[in-house]
Write a protein that binds this ligand. Structure first.
Ligand code: NAD
Length: 354
């Protein structure tokens, strides 16, 4: 039984979500399921509705599954679950019987290495118009997931307003930001906030498999007695890694923004992949020599660092958790998963039937 939420009894502001109806799209995925349990734990009288297509056997041309939602992320969840595709209007009509107070829109094709542009744009963009219309009808606050992928290789620190996406996924998220901005101008009374997550890690990311963070992937590599494998020059590949609890904080604070907009959600502190391997080894008490191999990817982000000044000013966002603290909090779950669901063994299975 997963129990890392025992400590997650934080109220990040004075908002009371009891007696509120909350829609979480993508609620069977990593961030969505963490949000769902946050509300369940802290606001036991909230009505939580998850809308997610869950995973099927369908795979993209890159071999990855088309969606990562997994029932195991929701074991213990007591709210309502609707299985549906956000890109399908008939499926979305299942939501018409509710009147939502808050919508946390996390569902998306979240795999940055998918190049089927039609499918990405249909799923990530078209559905957003329809979800915004639901928010407008219900007078609900719309908090949606954007991404640091909107920045592509823009120099650090990445700042809102200076984007240059380098893949269809990043483009789709930037388009969502532009739709949100227009929608919010046309509907000034609505709350519409986009959150540009940087590299999120933590419990319930496991079923993202190859697209899960390097924290769990390296963690299981080391636990299986192997040296951590990293791209050559990994001490110079820096990313802004953010722990899931800080992402939850951003979502809660986004419900009462000083003004609508899109905001970076990172720590503001870039760290290397080598740092992750070193911290994990320290936690596990191992001392493997890192093995390096050539980075096969073009368009690889080499340095990300969120400029969080606007998030601090407009959302009162205050990231609390350093990479050391986040990995340390995550270690028991990494070990538990290694015992029951070793990521390296499942990655070797071609049809990822886990
Ligand atoms: N995790 C990160 O580091 C990160 C970084 C930047 C942005 N984001 C964004 O945050 C959001 C949540 O990401 P995550 O890490 O939890 O990913 P995830 O893949 O675990 O969650 C996405 C969820 O959406 C569901 N979904 C996918 N397509 C759907 C569809 N057509 N209809 C209904 N449900 C669908 C999936 O089943 C999954 O449960 C996504 O929008 C993602 O693009 C995540």
């Amino acid at each position: 039984m997963i129990n890392f939420f025992e400590d997650n009894t934080m109220n990040y502001n004075n908002l009371d979500f009891n007696n509120k109806t909350i829609l979480i799209t993508g609620g069977a995925g990593f961030i969505g399921s963490n949000l769902a349990f946050y509300f369940q734990k802290n606001f036991s009288n909230s009505r939580i509705v998850i809308f997610d297509c869950f995973r099927s056997d369908s795979v993209f041309s890159n071999g990855n599954l088309q969606s990562f939602g997994h029932y195991k992320n929701l074991i213990g969840f007591k709210g309502e679950i609707i299985c549906g595709n956000i890109a399908n209007l008939n499926n979305l009509s299942l939501l018409s019987k509710y009147k939502f107070d808050y919508i946390f829109h996390q569902a998306a094709i979240s795999d940055t290495r998918v190049y089927d542009q039609t499918l990405i744009m249909e799923t990530n963009i078209n559905s957003f118009y329809n979800l915004l219309n639901i928010a407008k009808k219900d007078n609900a606050a719309m908090i949606y997931a954007s991404s640091a992928a909107t920045y592509g290789s823009m120099p650090s620190p990445q700042t809102e307003g200076h984007e240059s996406p380098e893949n269809p996924y990043g483009f789709s998220k930037l388009t969502m930001d532009q739709i949100a901005s227009k929608y919010s101008r046309e509907n000034p009374k609505m709350i519409v906030v986009g959150l540009r997550y940087f590299n999120v890690y933590g419990p319930r990311e496991y079923f993202k498999a190859k697209t899960a963070s390097m924290v769990i992937q390296l963690g299981h590599q080391i636990l299986s007695g192997k040296a951590p494998r990293l791209f050559k020059g990994s001490d110079n590949i820096l990313r802004d890694f953010i722990y899931i609890d800080d992402v939850i904080q951003a979502n809660i604070k986004a419900c009462v923004p000083k003004k609508n907009g899109v905001y970076n959600v990172g720590t503001g502190v870039p760290r290397s992949f080598q740092d992750i391997a070193d911290i994990l080894q320290k936690e596990f008490g191992t001392n493997f020599k890192t093995k390096y191999f050539l980075n096969p990817y073009d368009g690889y982000q080499m340095h990300t660092q969120a400029d969080i000044s606007s998030s601090i000013n407009n959302l009162d966002f205050q990231p609390q958790i350093s990479l050391e603290k986040g990995i340390s909090a995550y270690i028991p779950e990494i070990k538990r998963l290694y015992g029951s669901e070793n990521i390296w063994s499942i990655l070797k299975i071609k049809n990822q039937n886990y």
